[in-house]
Ligand binder design. Structure first.
Ligand SMILES: Nc1ncnc2c1ncn2[C@@H]1O[C@H](COP(=O)(O)OP(=O)(O)O)[C@@H](O)[C@H]1O
Ligand SMILES: [Mg+2]
Length: 311
């Protein structure tokens, strides 16, 4: 028997005045899957998440959670979902422990579950600290703890690590990796960090301007152009370079926002790299930096949109 999806998003649209925030999005998520909605600021991630969370209503299309629409099923669906919003506003004058107890009381959960959560999110030393005194990473872990209190079947996290330093980000990742290993929770998270999508999610949905550009596993997304390698370079005289190395040089160069760096995708790097160096030489352009690497999701995004995931 084919299992039915945990979340089904069918041709969902939402606009605000003259902004089409979400424009015909379709996808399904099955039990235990982790999916990233990866896209730059303004892509429509939060609007989409809030529609899945029942906070906003689509103009068009349907959203089914465990086969049910939000309308008329609010109570049951709230029991299954744990969520954290892009910005969490805590009550500053409550401690970590008081905050968790307050949320636990909404679900009729006791002290024991609060203690378990404190262990899971690694805030045992902070239980008596006022929320206002927590670091950014600790606040995000508390928000995650609140989302996990009810042992949800579905976890929805909107930019769980945005603005955090790499260490704090890794702490959140490790909590989520542990959860993935030991539970059947289905996860959707939004992010503009490709590393986050790669680390935590077996499926990645790239969205931009309210639409899905591409979706699949990391391997599937990068497979089509598997042979392509990326060279990234910087030149001493960036402005001259744009005039001199523009087409018809044969190299399709994506210039960075400041026009000092360029990126080229090459499918025969052994032959093309020497040609590129010769071209620079012929035009009296000197390299300041050159790097060859494998293609990433950010490169894929750039090839599709001409922009980077975060400028
Ligand atoms: N309440 C709102 N009123 C007007 N425009 C909005 C509102 N919410 C979102 N938008 C617009 O919709 C687009 C998508 O926003 P959002 O869903 O927040 O994107 P993301 O979370 O990917 O950054 C943006 O252009 C944003 O300005
Ligand atoms: Mg957002």
């Amino acid at each position: 028997m084919k299992t039915s999806p945990v979340i089904e998003v069918k041709n969902v649209c939402k606009s605000f005045k003259n902004v089409q925030a979400v424009n015909g999005v379709d996808f399904q998520i099955f039990k235990g899957q982790s999916v990233a909605l990866l896209g730059p600021n303004g892509a429509g991630k939060t609007t989409l998440m809030e529609m899945i969370e029942g906070i906003q209503k689509p103009d068009n299309g349907d959203i089914l959670i465990m086969g049910r629409k939000w309308k008329g099923n609010e109570r049951q669906l709230h029991q299954m979902i744990g969520l954290s919003l892009q910005e969490t506003h805590f009550i500053d004058r409550l401690t970590v422990s008081e905050t968790l107890k307050l949320f636990a009381s909404f679900y009729k959960l006791g002290k024991q579950r609060v203690n378990e959560i404190i262990q899971i999110i690694g805030l045992a030393e902070k239980t008596r600290s006022y929320v206002v005194n927590l670091s950014g990473g600790q606040r995000q872990r508390l928000a995650l703890g609140i989302a996990l209190l009810n042992d949800p079947k579905i976890l929805l996290l909107d930019e769980p690590t945005t603005g955090l330093d790499p260490n704090a980000r890794r702490e959140i990742w490790s909590i989520l990796q542990h959860l993935k290993k030991h539970s059947q929770t289905s996860l959707i998270l939004t992010t503009h960090y490709m590393e986050e999508a790669e680390q935590l999610c077996e499926r990645i949905i790239i969205i931009d301007k309210g639409q899905i550009l591409k979706q699949g596993s990391l391997e599937e997304l990068l497979k089509e152009d598997n042979d392509e390698k990326i060279i990234e370079f910087a030149l001493d005289e960036p402005n001259l370079a744009i005039e001199r190395v523009s087409n018809p040089s044969g190299f399709h160069i994506q210039w960075g926002a400041n026009r000092d760096k360029g990126i080229i995708a090459l499918n025969q790097i052994e032959r093309q790299l020497p040609e590129f160096l010769t071209l620079l030489n012929q035009n009296n352009l000197r390299l300041r930096h050159l790097e060859c690497r494998r293609k990433t999701l950010d490169d894929l995004f750039t090839t599709m949109t001409g922009r980077r995931l975060h400028e």
